[in-house]
Write a protein that binds this ligand. Sequence first.
Ligand SMILES: [Mn+2]
Length: 332
Amino acid sequence: MTARPDLDAVVEALSGATRFVVTSHDNPDGDAIGSLLALHLALLELGKDSVMSLGGSTPLPEEFGFLGLATHGLVRAAPADAAERVLVAVDCAQASRIVETALVDRATSIVNIDHHHDNTRFGAVNLVVEDASSTAEVLADVFDALSLGTSPAIAEALYVGLVTDTGRFQYSNTSAKALRLAAELVEAGADPSKVFVEVYESTPLPRLKLLARALERAVTLVEGRIVVSELVRDDFEDTGAAEPSSEGIIDYLRAADGAELVALVRELPNGAATARKGSLRSRPGGVDVSAIARAFGGGGHRRAAGFSTDLPMAEITGAIVAAFVAAERDTG
Ligand SMILES: [Mn+2]
């Protein structure tokens, strides 16, 4: 075993305190939700007092409903005693991605467990494993170091994080370690077929219709090397798709032959903090889309990133094309 002072520090922080509040980022994905639940359940098994808190009022993506976060006590605001709890943030690259700012402001201390390469190390204790496929994979090592057995519920939650962040074990982050972890989680009680049906084959029809709109509106730029599409408010209204329904649509656009950079921009409802939200994806070896997202005030991974903006669609597209061309000039 190589020395892992950052892992030891997290183990010490989790062992040394008794009261925790665990959280993750806005627009939580499978890794955020799975990691959040797994850590909460692990802390309870360690005999700790843990509260799961996710800010905002946006409904959680329905494909993760089977994990039963509400049943497990999820609250959508900071607990009244947040000032007496250690905050553990999972899958959050920046403190600003934690919607409930009171959690960050009041916590006695912050433990930051993540795998984003652009993580700002905002915690007092930081475990950021950039080559981990998912935060779930990082947490599995933390639980091992805590000598915690993996219950079926923890295994299932970690498996959801692993399978979603690796694109069902297809993306370039699908390491041998990630695949070995998947096997261990299945041995511990995770059911791959059940998770597949719940996460990928329980799609409400309005969401498939929303996907059709995005595919229909896709355009190619720079000789097909960039694919851009847009969802406007009418698309949500006409199809009846609910707000988090656009998650995952970009992965279909990415399948376009020759597409090296893919962008999907969706118009947000009236009253949202910004007018639009953009998602970016690139092929392995392609441009670092997190750098493009950061230029819009967002962030993410090299292959998958996002941003929020008030810019109109034409300007967003122009900036993406310019960044793509500039990145190619710099590296080529
Ligand atoms: Mn993740």
